[in-house]
Design a protein around this ligand. Structure first.
Ligand SMILES: [Zn+2]
Length: 326
């Protein structure tokens, strides 16, 4: 990894790289943005760039120094993560003590605090004092998904580096590089903006099973008999994780109906289930646009109903019957 490879967060990486190269790093940065946006990876890269002997203002990622930082074993780079539910004052005190000592291997010291919004009030006050009088050569990298939950006094001491959510395209690309089949990568990237979540999702067995179930159900909805209802009953009986999987199932259902619609209007390049073009093509012949739009509305309504704790079986049966009525 080099600075030029952070193509998904160009603003954040340019800001940090520019400051580093010009020797104008601030004392403290707050890296803020959604989960999975790459905040920790960039914080680590910045730390490596300060210490890596192989590259100027960048990091090779392969030398012993880079690997020690990556593994949390570098004497001048300290990590803090919540201890249980919160970051406690003892952790901040230990940090201050550590940072007050002279750097072992250069004149820099770096500390990275993850989920910095989880500091207790005492911890936050203690860190604030530390941020107000930073020791020379110490760089603070604070990471959060919830910058609104951080004390304004702390925010004002940090330079804010905003990370944006990854695009579906970027997530799908990452999944494909990880060996996920293109079709599955495409679908998973439209379910979540968190690349880690998308990875887990696309590699789980139930993901493929649930999509097959969606395809089957949509087919059966047009068969004017009870097979769609049987499929629902079967699904509820067979899976013990159905309660957790239901939101995903309904999301997949929406994406599928949307894709049939896209086939009808000829927007093949925008298909999400692009690996299932033949099946979509067949279904596009038997559904009307109005039915599809209505179907998407019904699925969203069902999602809301289930989120508000409606009976799952009744909600799904009602969904199927309403879709069949058209
Ligand atoms: Zn290196």
């Amino acid at each position: 990894m080099t600075w030029t490879q952070f193509t998904q967060q160009p603003r954040a990486s340019e800001l940090l790289y520019h400051s580093l190269r010009n020797d104008r790093l601030a004392h403290a940065y707050l890296l803020t943005g959604p989960k999975g946006a790459g905040k920790k990876q960039m914080a680590l890269h910045l730390a490596k760039s300060l210490f890596c002997p192989e590259r100027e203002a960048d990091a090779c990622g392969a030398c012993i120094t880079c690997r020690r930082i990556e593994g949390g074993n570098h004497p001048d780079v300290m990590f803090i993560t919540p201890d249980g539910a919160s970051i406690k004052i003892d952790q901040i005190r230990a940090l201050q003590k550590e940072m007050a000592m002279r750097a072992v291997e250069s004149h820099h010291k770096v500390y990275i605090i993850e989920h910095v919004e989880k500091m207790t009030t005492q911890a936050a006050n203690s860190l604030l004092k530390f941020l107000e009088e930073p020791p020379a050569g110490v760089l603070a990298l604070l990471l959060t998904e919830h910058s609104h939950a951080i004390l304004p006094t702390i925010l004002s001491r940090c330079q804010i580096v905003q990370f944006s959510p990854l695009s579906a395209e970027a997530i799908a690309g990452e999944l494909r590089r990880d060996g996920v089949l293109a079709g599955m990568a495409q679908v998973a990237s439209h379910i979540t903006t968190n690349v880690e979540e998308a990875k887990v999702l696309s590699q789980s067995e139930s993901f493929a099973q649930l999509r097959n179930l969606v395809i089957q159900l949509i087919q059966e909805c047009k068969q004017r008999n009870s097979s769609a209802l049987f499929t629902i009953h079967d699904m509820l009986q067979k899976s013990d994780k159905i309660k957790e999987e239901l939101p995903l199932f309904l999301d997949l259902l929406i994406l599928w109906l949307r894709d049939i619609l896209y086939v009808q209007v000829g927007r093949h390049a925008h298909l999400i289930n692009s690996d299932q073009q033949d099946v979509l093509q067949g279904q596009a012949l038997v559904w009307t646009k109005a039915e599809l739009l209505h179907g998407i509305d019904l699925v969203m309504e069902t999602k809301n109903r289930i989120e508000r704790n409606a009976n799952v079986q009744l909600a799904l049966e009602r969904l199927v019957l309403q879709i069949q009525e058209g």
